[in-house]
Design a protein. Structure first.
Length: 156
């Protein structure tokens, strides 16, 4: 069974554009001619690089098409379920030193802690799932306590 990739509509469009772009590059590479296999009695290094490039492009296309084929769009939950942290939630927090922080809970493909996006599969993401405003969550090797101040969902 294939993995299900939880992504936003924006990320899906980005992946589809990237896939089409790579397909165009692949097509250009194949139409621009193939280097000779042999150079004298040895394998032509240009051919080896060409073949490796084609293999890498095909692998990337396969990966992206797999995500497109097996995705599930992250959507805003029904009104009565928005009091809990779920995929797509923006979580406003305060740590034990009274520092405020905010994170958005996303699927693994979109996770980027530097942008404040944490994966639902990460230890932190799993700790927040299902929690409500007012709950305290312990995270990390140093067991930092975070109090959830607010949970917000953006309209799709």
């Amino acid at each position: 069974m294939s993995n299900i990739y939880f992504i936003t509509k924006e990320k899906l469009r980005e992946i589809e554009r990237e896939c089409e772009s790579i397909k165009r590059v692949l097509q250009e590479k194949t139409f621009n001619g193939v280097p000779n296999l042999l150079e004298g009695s040895d394998t032509n290094p240009d051919f080896a690089i060409y073949q490796q490039t084609l293999d890498e492009l095909n692998l990337k296309i396969e990966e992206l098409e797999n995500v497109v084929k097996n995705h599930k769009i992250i959507s805003v939950p029904p009104e009565k379920e928005r009091d809990k942290v779920q995929l797509g939630a923006k979580i406003f927090l305060k740590d034990s030193q009274s520092k405020n922080a905010e994170f958005k809970l996303v699927g693994t493909i979109e996770a980027n802690p530097f942008e404040g996006k944490i994966s639902n599969e990460s230890p932190a993401g799993m700790a927040f799932l299902g929690k409500k405003a007012g709950d305290t969550v312990q995270i990390g090797p140093s067991n930092i306590n975070y109090k959830i101040l607010k949970i917000q969902y953006e309209s799709a």
